[in-house]
Ligand binder design. Structure first.
Ligand SMILES: [Fe+2]
Length: 300
């Protein structure tokens, strides 16, 4: 387990990583940021002790969350134990989930730990502004990865966009089961509307000086997936997302089997034909016969 820090303009980016050879997810890198005295996201549960080694003597005055996933919020309880009653601003759509907690499956828990519920949240909605000593952070609703996800941006020497999990890679064949592709396309279009130059600061990977180019790549990829999936649907009236999966891909891949369908091409297809618009999302069940066939094919 390692925590690296680097200066990105006025931001400090903390990157936690843990390598688990042979596991379904090869690298568990996750970023959180600090702008003056505000932490943006709180990192995962196992990241917290390393983060406290770095910032334990330099308390932040608040935490601003992009969304409810455990790799972004898991550190909150430990940070509050150390720093006291730290205000935590969370998207209003996620406050109930954060208060109640949720089950974290093994394939995620192995890397990002658990999610222990926490209370005393300050809900915020899209458009809310957060001020540090020198900067004003703006927020915008950016659903698609999950309902209620928020992106944060501010002007300094350049425009900085903290994009949470909107941008993960130029293409993402395995989508999360909370995916809405039309919403993701809209969120990426909105990111592009911020201008032709911005520093993209995602939660996994980066930072990237060529933010608009990368966002544009991912946008094109999603548009193409949507078009292809809708074409299959049009040729096969009444086909379910499972049927479209069989026509398009045939077999499950390794990640689909390890995650029980949570991270899958099935979720991408469902995200096109039946986008997730409220939480909790309906789980995705894999076909047990196809799991066996796919395992044999993959030599698992
Ligand atoms: Fe996420």
């Amino acid at each position: 387990m390692v925590l690296r820090s680097r200066q990105v303009g006025p931001l400090i980016q903390y990157t936690y990583s843990q390598k688990v050879p042979g596991a379904a997810i090869q690298s568990s890198e996750v970023n959180l940021f600090r702008l003056e005295n505000t932490l943006i996201d709180a990192g995962s549960e196992p990241c917290a002790p390393l983060l406290l080694d770095e910032i334990g003597d330099d308390p932040p005055d608040s935490i601003l969350l992009t969304h409810q996933h455990e790799d972004h919020v898991g550190g909150v309880p430990a940070l509050r134990r150390h720093f006291g009653a730290l205000p935590v601003f969370a998207p209003e759509e996620h406050c109930q989930i954060l208060r109640e907690g949720y089950f974290v499956p093994d394939y995620r828990r192995n890397f990002w730990g658990d999610m222990h519920p926490f209370d005393k949240l300050s809900p915020y909605s899209a458009g809310a502004e957060f001020r540090t000593k020198s900067y004003v952070m703006n927020t915008h609703n950016t659903p698609g990865h999950t309902v209620g996800h928020k992106a944060i941006w501010f002007e300094a020497d350049r425009l900085y966009v903290i994009s949470g999990d909107v941008y993960l890679a130029p293409r993402l064949p395995n989508a999360l089961y909370e995916t809405s592709v039309p919403d993701m396309i809209e969120s990426l279009e909105w990111l592009l509307s911020l201008g032709s130059h911005f520093v993209l600061c995602p939660s996994h990977g980066g930072p990237y000086d060529d933010g608009p180019r990368r966002v544009g790549q991912l946008l094109e990829w999603y548009r193409k997936q949507q078009e292809e999936i809708l074409e299959i649907q049009a040729k096969n009236p009444g086909a379910s997302y499972h049927d479209i999966f069989r026509i398009r891909h045939g077999h499950y891949n390794r990640m689909e089997i390890h995650s029980g369908g949570e991270l899958s091409r099935l979720a991408l297809i469902r995200g096109v034909v039946d986008p997730v618009r409220s939480l909790p999302a309906e789980p995705i069940a894999l076909d047990p016969d196809l799991v066996e066939i796919s395992k044999r094919k993959l030599g698992l």
